[in-house]
Every structure is written in C-alpha cells, then in structure tokens.
Design a protein around this ligand. Structure first.
Ligand code: FES
Length: 294
C-alpha cells in the first residue's frame, strides 16, 4: 500500500477537472491539447487548456488520465496550480511544484508529477504552434531505455531538474530502468556525466574551502559557460528547425541574444527564447538568468 498524503487521496477521490474542453470557436478564446505518455506504458495524460488569446490567461483546464491514484491526483494538482495563470506563468510550474502541492508523492510515483509538467508544456507548445522538433529535445539523442522509449536527453533533463543521484531515482521519475533493467548501467553513466558537467564549469573558481560553486563563477567564466551551453545544447536544436542564435552580450543575469533564420521571423520567437534558451541557461548557469532578444 502506497503511503499517500491526505491531499493526494482527496484529489483522487474528488477530482473536479476530469473531462474535456470542446473548442466551440468562441471569439478571443483558443483551446489547446497536450498529450504525454502512452497507454501501452501504463500512464497517459491528455491536458486541455482554454486560453484567453489577448492575455494568454488560462481560463479553464481539464484532463483525461490513464493511470494510478497519483497520476490522477497529480493532474488535479497541476490544474489547481495553473488555473488563472498566464501561459508564461504556467511555464514556471515544475514537477516539484506539483509534488509539493500534493504534500509529497512516494518516490516511486514521482514520474506522475513529471508527466503532469510535460503535458502542460505540450499543451502550451501546441497553443503557440511551436513544432515539436523546435521546442523539445527530449526525443533527441540515443534511446537509452527501450522498454519505455526514454532517450538520453530526457534522462539528462530529469536528472538536472530534480538533482537525481541514482538510477533508482531516474526510474522513479521517468520509469527508465524499471523494465528489464538492461539500461541501468547506461543510466549510471549518464548520472556520472551530468555530475561531471556540473563540476567542470566551476573548477577554475574554488572557494576558500577548495570547494566549487556555480555561484562563484567569475564574469568571464559565466560568459564562457553561457556560450558553451548555447553552442552545445541550444543551437543544434534551433538549427535543426532552420533557425539559430548568437550571443550578443551579457549584463549580470541579462543575456542578450540575436535570433537568426527562422527564429528571427517566427511569431513564436518569444516562446522559443523563454523555453529553448532561457530555461536551459537557468538549468545550466543560474536560476536568475533572463534572456532578451536584440
Ligand atoms: S531497457 Fe530500460 S528497463 Fe529495459
């Protein structure tokens, strides 16, 4: 028996937002849908958003979930968190926020909170008309877990976002490794690689105890790290979609970039900035980074 909180049980037994939102072509309103997971893998979530176009405010949201108690509770929690928010505000909701809203989830059920966050991102990307290849690099890179179809990119992202340190953690968050187990050694290697990357950028700036910290980066190191993240992790995704980005300047935590190609003329360039560039730089460099186009 899982040790669920009262909040989890309450939302599971009394879900208020199950269902669909039909697009009735209301003026000034747009309905978007986001899908994540698959019934074949045991969990699937479809999120419907009703958005006021002028303000990009979420007027209503509904979900359809194929999953367990925590999947339903996580979907309810997600909707409680995003109702009335703008899409940009909703983009800041993390799987940790969902789990926290529930008063916690059993570790083995954390993948339900991840699924909620991913459905939200999928719905917002669909609303903004951003093609999947342009906004989501989770499907890039080698397939690590064939049992659950999980790529190296997705495993790396969830490790970084949740500070995961063991293969068991990864299984709890994205299921990878929870089938035949043949990918567990590869997951260990990815964890080691992420931990190494976290140390490498700051190794030149040890503090007085000989330890390192991202916050201790000098300005030169910080700019170099930003450039490296753009070159290695952001530009390949944008180039694949006919765009590109160039680092223009860095003033404190304000990172100024020039969007090029398809990105420069794309109506979704703001979303591209926020999602593909800013969030990645916040993950890798500093949570305070703000990206601006010049
Ligand atoms: S390949 Fe990952 S659990 Fe089987």
């Amino acid at each position: 028996m899982w040790d669920y909180t009262d909040k989890v049980l309450d939302l599971f037994y009394n879900p208020k937002h199950q269902g669909v939102i039909e697009d009735k072509d209301e003026p000034g309103v747009k309905v978007a849908v986001g899908d994540v997971g698959s019934i074949a893998c045991g969990d699937a979530l479809r999120l419907h958003l009703k958005v006021e176009q002028d303000t990009e405010t979420i007027l209503d949201a509904r979900f359809q979930t194929f999953g367990c108690t925590s999947a339903i509770a996580s979907s309810e929690a997600l909707i409680e968190l995003i109702q009335g928010k703008t899409l940009d505000e909703a983009l800041k909701v993390t799987n940790k926020d969902i789990a926290s809203h529930l008063g916690g989830l059993p570790e083995a059920k954390m993948h339900c909170s991840v699924m909620g966050q991913e459905a939200l991102l999928s719905a917002i990307y669909n609303y903004r008309g951003i093609k999947r290849e342009a906004h989501d690099d989770d499907d890039e890179g080698a397939l690590v877990c064939t049992c659950f179809g999980i790529s190296e990119s997705k495993i790396r992202r969830v490790i970084i976002e949740n500070n995961l340190t063991t293969a068991e953690d990864v299984t709890n968050y994205v299921k990878a490794g929870g089938g035949c187990g043949s990918c567990l050694a590869n997951i260990d290697d990815i964890i080691a690689s992420v931990q190494q990357q976290a140390v490498t950028p700051v190794s030149a700036s040890p503090n007085t105890n000989g330890q390192t910290s991202v916050n201790k980066l000098t300005s030169v190191q910080k700019i170099a790290l930003i450039q490296r993240v753009l070159d290695e992790e952001v530009r390949p995704v944008l180039i694949a979609d006919g765009g590109d980005v160039e680092l223009y300047d860095v003033e404190g935590d304000r990172v100024k970039v020039i969007l090029q190609g398809a990105c420069g003329s794309c109506s979704s360039s703001t979303a591209t900035l926020k999602i593909a560039i800013e969030s990645r730089l916040r993950d890798r460099v500093s949570q305070d980074i703000v990206v601006e186009a010049v």
